[in-house]
Design a protein around this ligand. Sequence first.
Ligand SMILES: Nc1nc2c(ncn2[C@@H]2O[C@H](COP(=O)(O)OP(=O)(O)OP(=O)(O)O)[C@@H](O)[C@H]2O)c(=O)[nH]1
Ligand SMILES: [Mg+2]
Length: 326
Amino acid sequence: MFLPTIPTPEELLDKGFNRAKKAANKVRSSNVPRQMKSKRIEEARVRTACQVIEESFKSILKKTPKVEEMPLFYQDYIDVVVGVDQLKKSLGALNWADGLINKLENQYIHKIRRSNPENASSIRNEAYGRISSVVNRIRDELEFLNYTKARLRNMPTVDFDAVTAVIAGFPNVGKSTLLRQITTAEPKVADYPFTTTGIQIGHLERKWQKYQIIDTPGLLDRPIDDMNTIELNAMVALEHLADVIIYIFDASETSGYPLDNQLKLYQSISKVFKIPIICIFNKIDLVEDEKKLEEYVVSVDDPLLITASEGSGVNQIIDKLEEFKK
Ligand SMILES: Nc1nc2c(ncn2[C@@H]2O[C@H](COP(=O)(O)OP(=O)(O)OP(=O)(O)O)[C@@H](O)[C@H]2O)c(=O)[nH]1
Ligand SMILES: [Mg+2]
């Protein structure tokens, strides 16, 4: 996600006061009558310093996407990574500071205009002090926004017009192999706060419909009862995205997980998610006990038998996906 650059209080104040100095020099070299000059100079300083800082705040607020207008998937993602409440609070603080600086601007310009010329610079000094104090008061919030920017830099880019399939299944059953087979490019890896390895998103297009296939290493590959709250949240986030789940069995059991366990995970996923599931039996080339496999194949709806490593049978999956066209 793109977030604007967030300055520190020091950077903000430096920028404001430096620009104020330049504005003052301009007045100094202008042909304003001498007796009015000192007041004009201080007025220009206060106005410029305030406006530069206000503009920075406004620009950050304008460039930051509104969380509540984002798709639920992103809202959940941001909430887990940095906390939506905290983010809103920080942006609120910027808005507060912007308003207050604007008030100070009007108040002190008014004061300078009514003052004696010899007092103008001390009034400006007072204004600078108050401006600094307001900016320093939102130090934590600026820091938090900067941290947010860094943490959300590698947020996955999800295409909401695409039909989205999420791959599930035990480790080593061939999830990544299948992803590479049915999607064009090398899958892109993006941060996913719930797994150590991120998520991989592969894309394909058929008859002008886009599809994206999401692989979630280390997430949908263990019994749901064993998952902690964070992982369950992750599943909810995925649920916002998934039009369909592709559940992969290792039909050969060579990855070390008995078909019995694989079936149990499938059953719990289909119970938890109210999303259609495409059932795939992979590694058919390695199957030795065909009779045993047959028992499991008949226990699920509409199974597809494939050998992902050779690409055989994978076209059936794409045909199936087409049933979910938007
Ligand atoms: N013989 C055979 N091997 C396969 C097939 N599909 C995948 N493999 C192999 O199985 C191993 C695991 O495949 P991956 O695609 O990495 O499996 P994965 O589910 O992504 O594994 P994790 O990400 O570690 O959970 C690799 O060595 C693949 O080459 C298949 O259909 N037949
Ligand atoms: Mg994998």
